[in-house]
Design a protein around this ligand. Structure first.
Ligand code: AMP
Length: 183
């Protein structure tokens, strides 16, 4: 990449960063929620964020994109279209209509369960996971186990935002991880 490209990429990433709004104490006291709705409503920077995520996904040569509800859909679907793959939704338990495979994970209080359709991935298929935020990594670790239960392979995980201080990477067993903006 030449220097001019580098500069405009840096400016675009700074513009994307400026459109991520911190909402303190949501959904509970002490959590700073990274609100991506200002980014979604900005045509230039939303498109740029999809292009950057798509470039990082394409480099892993996946055959399908998968993302957890709901914000993983907002980024995962346009990325899948940009790299010419399909998309598999990862949903909370009880939402998918057909036969499902499930995986549970621990939350701070209690546990949660994610699910995919049993035929979402074919054996040996290369899957890339996409979401807006990597926080503790619990959601992505469960998503990875789901894909593997189907006999498919996770080739990487790509995020718009990584909350580095929560060290979500450590829960993902050395999986290649890319994030556009790290806090
Ligand atoms: P985790 O399983 O802890 O990595 O949390 C990941 C999921 O929770 C992602 O789908 C995020 O959308 C959401 N999430 C966690 N923490 C935040 C935060 N501070 N701001 C926005 N979304 C968050």
């Amino acid at each position: 990449m030449n220097q001019a490209n580098n500069k405009s990429e840096t400016a675009l990433i700074a513009g994307i960063d400026a459109l991520i709004r911190d909402v303190p104490d949501f959904p509970k006291p002490g959590i700073v929620f990274k609100d991506i709705t200002p980014l979604l409503s900005n045509a230039l920077h939303f498109a740029a964020s999809i292009k950057f995520l798509a470039d990082r996904c394409r480099a892993k040569d996946p055959q399908i994109v998968a993302g957890p509800e709901a914000r993983g859909f907002l980024f995962g679907v346009p990325v899948a279209m940009a790299i010419d793959t399909g998309f598999a939704p990862i949903r909370k338990k009880g939402k998918l209509p057909y036969r499902t495979i499930e995986e549970s994970y621990e939350l701070e209080y209690g546990k949660d369960t994610v699910a995919v359709h049993a035929d979402a991935f074919s054996p040996g298929q290369k899957v890339i996971l996409v979401d807006d935020v990597l926080a503790t990594g619990g959601t992505m670790a469960a998503s990875k186990r789901l894909v593997e239960k189907c006999g498919a392979t996770v080739v990487g995980a790509v995020f718009l935002i990584e909350l580095g201080f929560l060290d979500g990477r450590s829960r993902l067993d050395g999986l290649p991880i890319e994030s556009l903006i790290r806090y």
